[in-house]
Design a binder for this molecule. Structure first.
Ligand SMILES: [Zn+2]
Ligand SMILES: [Zn+2]
Ligand SMILES: [Zn+2]
Length: 115
């Protein structure tokens, strides 16, 4: 299964450390050093920034938690969220699908809860 499509493991719901707008599990805080990079961002665009430019379609949307870039998931043709990480080295993003409340660190490959 691709990491970006993981369901949230039940244990991660428990612990809560308020950092920026995110609730990060204790497990995550120990293993990921990138929370301090997280900013209070809102989405820069109303959809995947690159796909909007090219007229492409996306499957799910992910938002960079450092700069607010919106990109599409790895199930989408463009994979622009992952490309944004490689281009900018911004390692933490979250899903901005209405039903999703999880984030992801590309470097540590860890999932966390967001409020
Ligand atoms: Zn990390
Ligand atoms: Zn895209
Ligand atoms: Zn970014």
């Amino acid at each position: 299964m691709r990491p970006l499509d993981w369901a949230i493991p039940p244990g991660l719901k428990e612990a809560a450390n308020p950092i920026a707008s995110c609730r990060i599990s204790g497990l995550m805080a120990k293993r990921c050093s990138h929370f301090k990079l997280i900013q209070k961002v809102s989405p820069n665009t109303n959809g995947c920034e690159e796909c909007l430019k090219t007229g492409d379609r996306w499957v799910h949307l992910r938002m960079c938690l450092i700069c607010g870039h919106v990109g599409c998931c790895d199930s989408s043709k463009g994979k622009h969220a992952t490309k944004h990480f490689h281009a900018t080295q911004h390692p933490v993003m979250r899903s901005i699908e209405p039903a999703d409340d999880w984030g992801w660190c590309y470097v540590d490959e860890l999932q966390f809860d967001v409020a």
